[in-house]
Design a protein around this ligand. Structure first.
Ligand code: MN
Length: 206
C-alpha cells in the first residue's frame, strides 16, 4: 500500500492502523477559524501512503477519525499544529494529542534562519522539493481534482522523516524537553485562538 493515495468520504474506514505516530494536515476554506470550514483531513503512517478524509459541510461526525486524533497512544505530527488543532477542535470537537509540531521544532533548532515553512524544511533537511501550486484552491468543492489530492497527500508524506531529523537536532542542542512542554501547551493555545485571543500574545507586556 506504499505510495498510494486513499480517498474517503465522511470518515476513515474501519481497521486502519497507523502505528504509534501519524502525520496529520488539514485543508480548509481559509485561515479564519470562525468563518472557514474544514474540508479535508490528510493522514499518513510515514510509509509513503496517504489517507485523505473528505468532509462535507455540516457532516462532522467521523467517529473513527476522532478516536485516532484523541488516541493517547498515537503521536500526531503536524506542521504548524496550532492552526490544524484549533480547526479540528472547532469542527470535530476533538482535543488532538499527543502532539509534535515540526514548525515549533524547527524554530527551536534552526535558529540560523527565519524560514520555517514546510517547503523550506523539506528542501534543507530532506533534499525534497515540494510543490505548493494547489495550496490556494477550492477545498470545499464536492469533487477534488487529482492535482488537489496529490498536493494534499504531499503535505503529510514527509512529516515522519522531518520529525526524526528535528528530534536529532533537539537532542544535540539540549532542547527536547523544552519542545515537549511547548507541544503540550498547543492545546491551550488552540483553545485561546478559538475563544477570541487569536491575535493576542497573552504573555506580552502591552
Ligand atoms: Mn496542507
Amino acid at each position: 500500500m506504499s505510495g498510494e493515495i486513499h480517498h474517503y468520504h465522511g470518515d476513515l474506514p474501519d481497521g486502519l492502523d497507523f502505528g504509534d505516530s501519524v502525520a496529520v494536515d488539514t485543508e480548509t476554506m481559509g485561515l479564519n477559524l470562525q468563518r472557514d470550514r474544514l474540508c479535508l483531513v490528510q493522514l499518513s503512517a510515514g510509509d509513503g501512503s496517504a489517507h485523505l478524509v473528505q468532509l462535507a459541510a455540516e457532516a462532522y461526525q467521523a467517529p473513527r477519525l476522532k478516536a485516532l486524533l484523541a488516541d493517547p497512544g498515537v503521536v500526531k505530527i503536524f506542521h504548524y499544529a496550532r492552526f490544524d488543532v484549533a480547526m479540528l477542535r472547532h469542527h470535530l470537537g476533538v482535543d488532538c494529542g499527543p502532539l509534535f509540531c515540526t514548525k515549533i521544532a524547527s524554530r527551536l533548532v534552526r535558529t540560523y534562519t527565519d524560514r520555517h515553512g514546510l517547503k523550506d524544511l523539506c528542501r534543507e533537511l530532506l533534499g525534497i522539493e515540494l510543490s505548493k501550486q494547489q495550496q490556494s484552491s477550492d477545498w470545499g468543492a464536492a469533487t477534488l481534482s487529482p492535482q488537489q489530492l496529490e498536493y494534499a497527500a504531499s503535505d503529510v508524506l514527509h512529516l515522519h522523516n522531518l520529525k526524526s531529523r528535528l528530534e536529532e537536532m533537539l537532542v544535540r542542542l539540549g532542547r527536547a524537553e523544552l519542545a515537549a512542554r511547548l507541544f503540550a501547551f498547543l492545546s491551550t493555545r488552540a483553545e485561546l485562538d478559538l475563544a477570541g485571543w487569536n491575535d493576542v500574545d497573552i504573555f506580552a507586556h502591552s
